[in-house]
Design a protein around this ligand. Structure first.
Ligand code: MLT
Length: 398
């Protein structure tokens, strides 16, 4: 159990006549878990000592499995948005006995004073939840009205990592840790990880514009761009819009083609499931296809948690953005002057190696590296050879 998790027992008076915890009881349990966690950090008076109160502006809850009296639930709390006067907490309840996620909920709070006027969220709150989530320093940059979580390491020529669906910047852990001699930049796309997750405003073009804004904010004019799968779709769009800012391109387990008619329909089916069942539906759709059979269980678990942490609006937004993305195959032949490394896991079933081979053949300045023992996420499943291939490519650009 993570030290920030809160455990609560379900009692008979939380249950309906069939002995199953009711919806209303879950709202109470989620609230109890929030206060319990605050009591271990800045205190339950973190708001009232500043004359404030956090009012719930919106709540969304998904229930995945029944829970009965006597069972213990483990609640995880994640701050997914930290604005001036509002913040969003995402909460997941797992059954302690088998770690099955039984309910997820998201609460948007606005801090108000006694007159009901919005006031600044206490800084202590943001510090407390950020500290619980990661030992890495987390920075935030606001672009196009959305606050994005970023991590930057080292100095030197910059390389920016763009993650895939529905993941976050932590898939680049090994690359961030080890590519010394370069300024490594990884961020969470809008709607995913710890970035803000607005209800609207998702398109591949918007993700590319966010990236341009991020680079402006970081003072980076030209970068090497490394896009994994959906991150590759965004990289293509970035090149279309901001070509002069790209020194080199790394396309990892991605494809240039737009979705087929069947692919678009499948996106709509998954959108409906995610709206209905929450992030769990995305985890069930993605997890069986991401790895080779040899992947260690702890890697599956970490990616599973990452997906379950993803806010529903961000997952839905990403699916619709991918569904509507343009065909980038006409772009490939025009990329003379942009050295490109194509990387693919040898056992990737989502974007099989044949797709990367065809893409590399269509690119004027490319090399292809296939990573043995890796599926769709070679940066996670085989980080050492993947980082080595990236390093060799970066060195070749000097
Ligand atoms: C990804 O890994 O980003 C997705 O598999 C991309 C896609 O669904 O097209």
């Amino acid at each position: 159990m993570h030290e920030a998790d809160v455990e609560l027992t379900v009692f008979p008076d939380d249950c309906d006549p069939f002995g199953v915890a009711s919806h209303a009881a879950f709202l109470r349990l989620f609230e109890r878990a929030r206060w319990d966690q605050l009591s271990r950090g800045p205190g339950v008076d973190v708001f009232s000592r500043q004359g404030l109160w956090p009012t719930v502006r919106r709540s969304v809850a998904d229930f995945h499995a029944p829970v009965r009296a006597g069972e213990t639930l483990r609640f995880q709390q994640t701050l997914t948005h930290f604005g001036r006067t509002s913040f969003t907490l995402r909460q997941i309840a797992h059954r302690a006995s088998d770690a099955v996620a039984v309910a997820t909920a998201e609460f948007l709070f606005v801090c108000v004073d006694a007159q009901g006027q919005p006031q600044n969220v206490p800084d202590d709150l943001g510090r407390f939840f950020s500290a619980g989530r990661s030992s890495e320093p987390i920075d935030r940059v606001t672009v196009n009205g959305v606050s994005l979580a970023i991590e930057t390491r080292g100095s030197g020529p910059a390389i920016v990592f763009v993650h895939g669906f529905p993941l976050d910047r932590h898939v680049w852990r090994h690359q961030l840790d080890t590519l010394t001699g370069y300024r490594r930049i990884a961020y969470d796309l809008r709607g995913l990880g710890q970035s803000d997750a607005p209800d609207l405003g998702y398109s591949i073009a918007m993700y590319a514009d966010d990236l341009a804004g991020l680079l402006d904010a970081l003072g980076e004019d030209r970068v090497v761009l490394c896009g994994l799968s959906m991150g590759g779709y965004i990289s293509f769009e970035f090149v279309r819009r901001y070509r002069a800012r790209v020194r080199g391109l790394i396309l990892m387990d991605t494809r240039a083609e737009a979705d087929s008619t069947e692919g678009r329909k499948a996106r709509d089916v998954l959108v409906a499931k995610v709206r209905d069942q929450g992030a769990m539906a995305a985890a069930e759709a993605m997890l069986p296809r991401l790895f080779t059979p040899m992947v260690p269980p702890e890697i599956i678990q970490s990616i599973r948690t990452m997906i379950l942490d993803a806010p529903v609006p961000g997952i839905v937004g990403a699916l619709t953005a991918m569904r509507d993305r343009p065909d980038s195959t006409p772009l490939l032949g025009t990329l003379l002057g942009i050295p490109t490394l194509v990387i693919v896991g040898q056992e990737d079933v989502i974007t099989p190696p044949a797709i990367s081979e065809a893409m590399a053949a269509a690119l004027p300045e490319s090399r292809l590296v296939e990573i043995p023992g890796a599926g769709h996420l070679p940066c996670v499943e085989q980080p050492v050879p993947t980082t080595r291939a990236i390093l060799k490519f970066l060195q070749s650009l000097r």
